[in-house]
Ligand binder design. Sequence first.
Ligand code: PLP
Length: 412
Amino acid sequence: MTSRRQFIAAGAAGLALGAAARAARSDAQTYPYSELEQRIARKDFRGMTKDVLPTPAMVVDIDLFEKNLKTMADSAKASPIYLRPHVKVHKSVDIAKRQQALGAIGVTTATIAESELMSDAGIKGVLWTKQPASVNNLMRAIALSKRDPTFMFVIDDPRVADEVEQAAGAAKVKCRVAVAVYAGLTRQGIANGQPALELAQKIHAAKNIQFEGFMAYSGGASHTKTFTARRQKSAEDLSGVQETVALAKKAGLPIGIVTGGSTGTYNIDHELGLTELECGSYVFMDTKYRHVGGKGNDDVYTDFDNSMSVLVTVDSKQHPQQVTIDYGNKAMIQTTDEVKGMPWLQVDRQGAEYGILRWKDGGNEIKVGDRVEIYCTNLDMSTNCYDRYYIAKGDQIVDVWPIMGRAGAAQR
Ligand SMILES: Cc1ncc(COP(=O)(O)O)c(C=O)c1O
């Protein structure tokens, strides 16, 4: 214990930590570690600073997170365009509820399991962005439509439309469905123009399905570098969709929604006929998005801040110009991750439980026992590996939010 204390003191001096961090380190020596889980369960965060957390741990900077949420909500209101944020990025009911409190009309989901989790937690207006292609998914989509009349999903195939119509009829429920149309990504979406119109008409005519409109996710545009190029790509990707919407209107179809969009194109999509945005990453941001460039056509996308990081510990330092951290493949380490406040460090893989930080050029020393925060490359992949967010105001933990539906049955 004594040597650990001496070590911490030496490390603190070497790192030139601020007064708050030094105070946090001395608290860490007396924190009742055996009570950590009980304290979290009863939301007793006294003395719970970042220093006492087990690592690797996901930490959310509450101030930056709230700023991101407000920036997006304000922008949507001003555009105007509705917001139905994608939850696959955060998988958190706590966050979905905060998004709704700021005006979101629902949430967007990637899987039926995510849809069930959100809806069962009381979130209204869930839009599932895949079609129920298996019997398992079909039966669950029908059951969820029955439990929650605000639930919607998409279809891009007439055969699935027939199956939904039949299953919904048998269950005596009317399902709410949008037609998924091609918007530059080859993963889904029926061809625009006549094929999309015919599917929309088929769904509109179905007795047990309510036609809601169209989904057009232009995923290729979202990470296109520079604002000008992104706007151009969005316009190209959504031109066919605009044609489909015009055809559907001409044919007298009632179009409730045209949904799509992303964090990269949130301030472009309203110009291109979308009525609502499915943005997800803006809540936390990741290093991939940080480099798409902002409206000023600069290199860094500063519209939203990196509000979430993975807190890791330096476990060993036996070789020059590198240290080992407790953040490895199981924790979704990527070589394109970035270290908060230390751009001179390069993140590298080392194994399932290990990662390396290498010195690219100069920069401060770090020592065994020090903690650094790492910005993830791809939020969806990373949040899937952790079970909770530690919510931090500065160094102090102020709340813990569970991450839902990450593995096993909950994920499927
Ligand atoms: C269907 C769908 N909509 C919207 C998004 C936008 O998400 P983001 O804002 O994270 O780019 C995604 C992301 O993959 C998606 O799959």
